[in-house]
Design a protein around this ligand. Sequence first.
Ligand code: UTP
Length: 233
Amino acid sequence: MPNVPVRPTTVLSVGGSVFRTGEDDVRYLGRLADLLRRIGRRRPLAVTVGGGRTAREYISIGRELGLTEIELDEVGIDVTRLHARLLAGRIGPPTPSHPPATLAQAVLELRHGSPVVLGGTEPGHTTDGVAALLAVRLRAARLVNATNVDALYDRDPKLDAKARPIRRIAWPKFREMVHEQSGGHAGEQFLFDRLAADQLARVRLPTAIVFGRDLPNLEKAMTGRPFLGTEIF
Ligand code: UTP
């Protein structure tokens, strides 16, 4: 078979807090789906979707009912897959409407068509972690983390008005920040997943943090153009 040059893969992680805010969600999701369909036609694109508030609500009910941490993670995974199914359905073929349940399946699906949309895979991490493992496995050109803040800050901007955005940060330093701030229980919100940071730091995979609801800026970050947010290198 001739060696056909393949366009480098892009991986996008859409935070659950961006997916469903309670404000204009349907319009946003429709436009996000249009953007992903368009970008995904031109280059291989894998997208993970988080569970956000909905996942945390179910996890907290499960916790009160006495479920184990593993079972709670599985509840979270089910919600992320529900979100993935909604987005995939709106994007339409060739995107499989049934989200791949494993990394291997996602990689295989990407050979047949793009974009591929998935939720969580196994207990113990978040969909940022899934996106990171996929990005490393696919030797992606870049990973974009679409989240509910417009950049990484030097301190919590909600608590301190003097907080300043960090526009560029090297992987070793960023990994340290993640380890200082993360816990590791089901439904917990991390600045970024620990597993994700560890995997990405090892290969120093170019990563962007952007506000996910600003679609023109998200497109810039996904297509390698200058964007507003934080670049991790
Ligand atoms: P999320 O990826 O939504 O995590 O998964 P999050 O930290 O709440 O991120 P945002 O707010 O959506 O951006 C929700 C929960 O599902 C479980 C974990 O318990 C996680 O906290 N999960 C998810 C897994 O156990 N494995 C996965 O692969 C994905």
